[in-house]
Ligand binder design. Structure first.
Ligand code: B12
Ligand code: SF4
Length: 440
């Protein structure tokens, strides 16, 4: 039986954010497309080191973020030196296809379903692996997306304070919008592709976790479909979080009934529109984590201060501040390139915690200072852990109400102590010599 090493390279978390890890979704979906006659050895480097003696016949490298590229390159180099072929795929592979093709044996562009990755592996078995498998924007039929293979995850590694985090699932792919900082339009060609609802319900029902993250790009694309989705998943009594949702009274009310626990909501300004939108969500008992992008051309130092005051005023449950980053294939990058405002292409710094472009109304240093200011000021009176605990309490209350609450089974103390001790360490400090692959 061939052994495939499915590897998800480490990426730096936002240093200001409480560190926890969600199960990677791309790899578990990819795993569902790997033929049954393969043994899958899955390593998510964010939660465990690549074992020194890892024994695999072929490597599938899965990269979602630009900042995973440098580490992916090291990993590929390591395996290729041993004569093991490396096939790379995932969002960051598509965004950096040319560069990735210089350090792996084969780049796979696009989605893996409908037998596409299986055929790639059969080519490898026959010694006929091609340098490129190009399915970019040539999407497989949406019905071919099967349930993700969550059995490859070591569940005890995805906990926070001993409590299991959310499991990830998606009900649609693609996004019809084309927002300035986002590459989804490039990846998907602005096509919204909902999955058949019976398949979504079946997959959600199978997940042995009551708490889910519906990771669809946007739940604001099709009102009719949203209402059908919520109706279909309501009987499961799952509790879920999501990216932004359509600001519509009926949609929000049905989402709450269907178990919506909290949503990420982009907060771009201090307008009444945003204030009302957040109030609407909160009125329905839905928590709000504000996703706040810092460094847009309309922002100066005072604007950011006002934005933080506004978030405190409207009492969002949590806030995630990120620095606008010129990721490849986004509308904003095309503009900044034209204007000569990109500072560098050191992908390891494309984490959204670093300034990689010249802001319009501040120096890069000032923007970084304001980013730190935003995190510190927002969490000054009530630390992040406490706000997280409050949000968690919301889901517990909802579960108690509908009888789905199960007291948490804590992970073994030894493991938790290890995680707690290593919370803010870099991978090198944390894993040290336990990792066979050297860090340059
Ligand atoms: C879900 C998601 C997240 C989740 C990730 C959860 C997880 N553990 O997986 C969370 C919320 C944590 C997250 C965080 C961030 N995200 Co995000 N996220 C997404 C999102 C919406 C969907 C990704 C996804 O799961 N898709 C569904 C899966 C099934 O698709 P897939 O990964 O493409 O996998 C398929 C194929 O690619 C293929 N495949 C995958 N791997 C491999 C490997 C091989 C070998 C092969 C053959 C095939 C293959 O098989 C799969 C099935 O077909 C994307 C947008 C998008 N359109 O994709 C943004 C996206 C990836 N995120 C993005 C960003 C910027 C971020 C942040 C850095 C900033 C932010 N706040 O948004 C943060 C991280 C901050 C930090 N440093 O801590 C950017 C990436 C930009 C970049 N170039 O780096 C994206 C593209 C959105 C955007 N704004 O443009 N994100
Ligand atoms: S930011 Fe969200 S809504 Fe906008 S294009 Fe990207 S995925 Fe779609």
């Amino acid at each position: 039986m061939p052994k495939i090493g499915l590897i998800y390279p480490k990426w730096p978390k936002l240093p200001e954010q409480t560190e926890f890890h969600l199960p990677p979704h791309g790899p578990v979906c990819l795993a569902a497309t790997i033929p049954e006659d393969y043994e899958i050895i899955f390593i998510d480097e964010n939660v465990e080191p690549i074992p020194e003696n890892i024994d695999v016949d072929v490597v599938a490298l899965s990269m979602m973020l630009t900042c995973q590229i440098p580490r992916g390159k090291e990993i590929a180099k390591h395996f290729r030196k041993k004569g093991i072929k490396v096939i790379s795929g995932g969002i960051a592979t598509m965004l950096h296809a040319k560069e990735v093709s210089t350090f792996v044996d084969s780049v796979f562009l696009g989605e893996a379903e409908d037998g596409r990755f299986e055929r790639t592996l059969r080519d490898w078995e026959a010694g006929k692996l091609k340098p490129i498998y190009d399915y970019f924007r040539n999407h497989p039929p949406i019905e071919s997306i099967g349930p993700a293979r969550r059995d490859i995850l070591k569940k005890e590694l995805y906990t926070y304070r001993g409590i299991r985090m959310v499991d990830l699932v998606h009900a649609s792919r693609g996004c019809k919008f084309n927002c300035f900082p986002c590459c989804t339009a490039y990846l998907g060609g602005r096509v919204f592709r909902p999955r058949p609802l019976d398949k979504v319900v079946e997959e959600m029902a199978q997940i042995d976790n009551n708490r889910l993250f519906i990771v669809d790009n946007s739940l604001a694309q099709d009102k009719k479909w949203l209402l059908e989705l919520f109706e279909a998943i309501k009987p499961l009594k799952k509790k879920w979080i999501s990216h932004p949702m359509l600001d519509d009274e009926e949609v929000i009310s049905k989402a709450a009934e269907a178990g919506c626990w909290y949503v990420y909501q982009a907060v771009i300004d201090t307008s009444e529109v945003i204030r009302d939108r957040i109030k609407r969500l909160k009125d329905h008992g839905i928590g709000v984590e504000a996703a706040v992008l810092l460094g847009t051309d309309n922002q100066d130092e005072d604007y950011i201060k006002r934005l933080v005051d506004f978030l405190l005023e409207i009492d969002v449950d949590m806030a995630e501040f990120t620095i606008l980053t010129p990721f490849p294939h986004t509308p904003i990058t095309a503009k900044y390139e034209r204007e000569g405002r990109i500072l560098h292409k050191d992908w390891s710094k494309y984490t959204t915690a670093e300034v990689c472009f010249i802001p319009k109304r501040m120096s890069p240093e000032k923007l970084k200072e304001m980013y730190i200011y935003a995190w510190r000021t927002f969490y000054k009176d009530e630390p992040q852990e406490l706000k997280m605990a409050r949000l968690f309490f919301k889901v517990v209350q909802k579960e108690i109400q509908d009888g789905t609450y199960k007291p948490a089974r804590l992970t073994p103390r030894r493991r938790w102590t290890h995680l707690a001790q290593n919370q803010n360490k870099t991978q090198k400090e944390e894993y040290g010599n336990k990792v066979s692959i050297s860090f340059n």
